[in-house]
Design a protein around this ligand. Structure first.
Ligand code: GLA
Length: 413
């Protein structure tokens, strides 16, 4: 049983509208989402003792979300991540986007999808947000209609993205939640064990634009194919943190992307996606100056993001394959193919969808929390966690396994 409640969260300045909060609750999970930026403001899940904690960073009040802040919980777009120098060529025309991150355009520009009021619609088990991004918004071509839905399905929170463009445009939507599985406000994520199913990553230059190389993770700090304890791992490789795109194996199907395990609480977070990449970001720019929920401060490395996405700067670096009659037979790499064709529905599987005019299926991001009981065998647990459709993220309570992440891994091999 899922309940959905609706309440006023706050008023925007200058009579610009009212922000509402939608609370989705099941036996296992409670999630709060506001209509400002489709932002997840709270996510409560139990630990192995059954004690619930909020595991996402954020603010108590609307004012927190309106100040300059690092995209806590928000949906980012029209194009998540960076576009070098904020420019790209499309159909022979040069487009210039709003620049907001050094020389680059980041997460949609100065006023991206995280900084707008969306129109909500209550669903039986969730909430849908929609908006129309006008032609030329932040420099992007064409009008884009966008729908984001969050639904609780049993123990799973599913996030779907869908967009429809009036003209060819790059699109890349993701959710920018910062997690700390020990509970938000915990000082760091060093005791989290991280696994990312990627054989390659994109090295970046000094302004975090991919250099063009698709590098093997083998023998590097980026080899997270087996679980690593984050703090020790960063020390061992003398790295300051991650803020990189990991290249996921190419497939239109939902597949395992990442797992994070927190031994202290027994919480496990899993991400599955249909997207070609995931930005693993360890909160390197958090500096403890923001006043967070319940008086929390958020120092560097106090939260992590797993932003499933098309590859950064794909519009410039990984030439788009626009729909054509040979499209289906083309061999495409794991690169970001992110164009929305006029009057076709785009979904975040990438451009492979574009040769088909309209798709009903689209990316899902599922957050799941199963209250597994003692005695459930590990294989059942694993297949339950894989049952969700499409792109999903599972947050599991472990009531019994001393180290479920290694158990999951061995199931995977
Ligand atoms: C993304 C980027 C980071 C940073 C954060 C927001 O994850 O990759 O470099 O900009 O967003 O602070």
């Amino acid at each position: 049983m899922v309940s959905v409640t609706r309440a006023v969260f706050g008023d925007l300045p200058l009579g610009a509208g009212t922000v509402e909060k939608f609370q989705l609750q099941s036996d296992q999970l409670r999630v709060d989402i506001i209509s400002w930026g489709c932002t997840i403001t709270a996510l409560e899940v139990k630990d192995r003792q059954g004690r619930a904690s909020d595991v996402v960073l954020g603010f108590d009040e609307l004012e927190g979300y309106l100040q300059k802040q690092p995209y806590f919980g928000a949906v980012v777009g029209r194009v998540a991540n960076r576009i070098a120098k904020g420019t790209f060529m499309l159909d022979g025309k040069e487009y210039k986007l709003a620049i907001n991150n050094g020389p680059n355009s980041l997460h949609g520009g100065v006023k991206g999808f995280d900084k707008v009021l969306w129109t909500p619609r209550v669903l039986s088990n969730g909430v849908e947000f929609s908006r129309v991004s006008p032609d030329g918004e932040e420099g992007y071509p064409g009008e884009l209609k966008v729908w984001v839905t969050y639904t609780l399905d049993g123990g799973e929170l599913v996030v779907n993205y869908r967009a429809q463009a009036s003209q060819t445009t790059p699109v890349n939507l993701t959710n920018h939640s910062y997690f700390n599985l020990a509970g938000q406000g915990s000082p760091n994520i060093y005791d989290h064990e991280v696994t990312i199913e990627a054989d390659a990553f994109l090295p970046v230059n000094e302004v975090l634009i991919p250099t063009g190389e698709i590098a093997s993770v083998q023998g590097t700090a980026f080899d997270l194919r087996k679980p690593v304890e984050l703090g020790k791992h960063l020390q061992e490789f003398h790295v300051n943190g991650f803020d990189h795109n990991f290249c996921l194996k190419g497939s239109k199907e939902k597949r395992f992307c990442a797992r994070v395990y927190h031994a202290g609480s027994g919480r496990v977070l899993e991400v599955y996606t249909t997207q070609p990449g995931v930005q693993f970001y360890t909160g390197n720019f958090l500096d403890g100056t923001l006043k967070g929920k319940s008086g929390a401060v958020y120092p560097k490395h106090s939260g992590f993001c797993l932003e499933t996405q098309s590859w950064p700067d794909a519009v410039n670096q990984f030439p788009p394959i626009l729909p054509n009659k040979n499209f289906n037979s083309m061999k495409i790499k794991d690169c970001s193919l992110l164009y929305s064709k006029a009057n076709s529905t785009w979904h975040t599987e990438g451009a492979r969808a574009l040769c088909q005019p309209v798709q009903d299926e689209y990316q899902m991001w599922v957050l799941s929390c199963h209250g597994y009981k003692k005695g459930v065998d590990l294989h059942t647990l694993y297949s339950l966690s894989c049952k969700c459709k499409q792109n999903f993220l599972c947050l599991l309570n472990s009531f019994f396994a001393p180290n479920p992440s290694s158990v999951f891994l061995s199931s995977h091999n």
